[in-house]
Write a protein that binds this ligand. Sequence first.
Ligand code: SF4
Ligand code: MG
Length: 327
Amino acid sequence: DDPILSVRGLTVAFDTEAGVVRAVDKVGFELNRGRTLGIVGESGCGKSVTALSVMRLLPRPMARIEEGEVVLDGTDLLGLSADAMQTVRGASVAMVFQEPMAALNPVHTLFKQVSEPLRIHRPEMGKKELQAEVVRLLSAVGIPDAESRLSAYPHQLSGGMRQRVMIAMALALSPSILIADEPTTALDVTVQAQILDLIRDIRTSMGMSVIFITHDLGVIAEQCDDVVVMYAGKVVERATVKILFSDPRHPYTKGLLASMPRLDSPRKTRLETITGQVPGLMELPSGCRFRNRCPHVMERCAAEVPSDLVVGQGHEVACHLYDHQGA
Ligand code: SF4
Ligand code: MG
């Protein structure tokens, strides 16, 4: 394994009226070069907060990184100056968000949007060169007749086309890592499949490493090599996708897999679902955060936070069920 990005012990605190909450608590994972890592979990589990921490784009002043490291090619991004981080953003790590309309500037033409990272990072480029590069980027993400759309505005495009524009912007500086946070959730099913194909093609042709954030295990199965399962701000299981689907260990992962719609029996969807609710971050249970929903809950689950246990090659799970020494 050859990690390009290592996140270690990441803890993110939010100041709320009711006190400090840890939306991400000692989260760690590695993104290996040329691979796609999925981060999966229900909404509110800390997936997006984790991604925003890597980009150092957490909403301030409410959110702050309390602890941890985000090591990119040997450098801890959390120690960089704001200027140095600005260079990393876009040039080394770029991010695509769920809702392109919110991320695009409604009063900027496609040319202005897509050329922005180039104008900032490569001020030596002249207007003609910029124009040619923007056309190349828009064509590369499958926008037909790109040249004639340079003066179009975001609202004149479909949702799928807007997401393609976002991806073109993210690719402008040829980053080595692309973080895609629920990039297809707002799109209809056909367009979703097209955007997923596009991201996969780009990854192969540009040799990028990708972090794919989603609540959808189907997307994980199709797009990812490795996967991290998050629950209530914690990583509960890590494995390759193959192993996670064939040999899930954490009760939460098992529940997620059981609630996945099945291709072979489309009518039997969601018969088995996980009972109960994800706890609010203000009311996290002691010990294991999954214990109010876990069918295997034991006495020690309330007393001790489960630590990461190795259950196979590259397979770790945070659950007392697998702690044979302590049990
Ligand atoms: Fe369930 Fe306990 Fe394992 Fe948590 S630690 S998932 S409550 S068995
Ligand atoms: Mg999110």
